[in-house]
Design a protein around this ligand. Sequence first.
Ligand code: TYM
Length: 342
Amino acid sequence: MGQTLEESPKAPSATRERVFSGIQPSGASHLGNYLGAQVNYVALQDRYDAIYGIVDLHALTTIHDGDTLRSLTHDMVLDLLAVGLDPARCTLIRQSDIPEHAELCWLFDTVVPVSWLERTPTYKEKREQGVDNSNALLSYPVLQAADIVIYKATKVPVGKDQAPHLELSREIVRAFNHRYGPIFPEPQPVFTEAPVVIGTDGARKMSKSAGNTIPIFAAPDEIRRLVMSMVTDPLRIRRTDPGRPEVCNVCQLHRFFGDDFESIWDGERSARTGCVDTKKLLAERIIERFRPMRERREQLAAEPDYVEEVLRAGAEKVRPIVEATMAEVRAAVGTGPRRAAR
Ligand code: TYM
């Protein structure tokens, strides 16, 4: 026998396990998005039938200006193409182009107790941050479950912050299948080596809302400025104090930007190197890593119709999958016309 399906990039998509992930077009991609999720989006595109969504309906919970949302969605497609997603090897969709995501969300809403949603950690966090307490904010993880399982995807590359949402997705699938029969599989998260990237404050998860990000496509000088502002080991006050790489976020990030991170860590431990040296090196390595991607992004941005072409092709490609799932779902729940027996 030849290659196994897992090894063969040319295996027909109908027989390969499916991956889905979504990213909100709520601002520039940062190191957390990249190391925590996008690295795996790229890695999984050859081994699985991978579908990635720019989830503009989710972003509506925080972005309330149409022109802004449309242009952020466009920018996120450019980011994803630049980091290495290839429309010939995966499928890129804009969530709102597939209205059935919202239809399935509603059907899932009918099986989800409000208490499950109220106890979701991200809901509590967003409320504390002052995000409008809309019905959509509460139902946010229900739409996420619909995004994934409308494609019957079983693997979901995400950062650790999304683990509670994936747990909820599985609970929703169980509740729906319990009521209507075994329609959906239970999706599992797939994490990278960096499931939680800490921000420049050295304390909280890197996120746009915390204002502690390093955008991967920022200008080199901006990356230098942000890296130099990073909080390091709080107990290393003088240059001669030994550093603790385990608690220093700059040292932690070095793990992903070179094979020599252990010698960098030794330098910190013995105070041979200072925080400034370690930061300068990190900034240059980040700039170098993203330089080819930044150039690619600039080239793609110069082609005005390319992004829309990619999204149109993506929507067309997923149409049969969505129709098949929704026919099954509508038949089970009793919406739409009676279907002829097959
Ligand atoms: P979003 O748009 O906030 O983030 C996109 C991806 O980046 C990961 N991520 C991180 N990983 C590690 N460390 C960090 N500091 C960090 N910050 C962000 C996120 O975990 C995510 O994987 N709810 C989702 C979007 C979504 C979705 C879906 C995801 C909607 N539908 C279906 C998967 C499947 C979100 O807000 O991601």
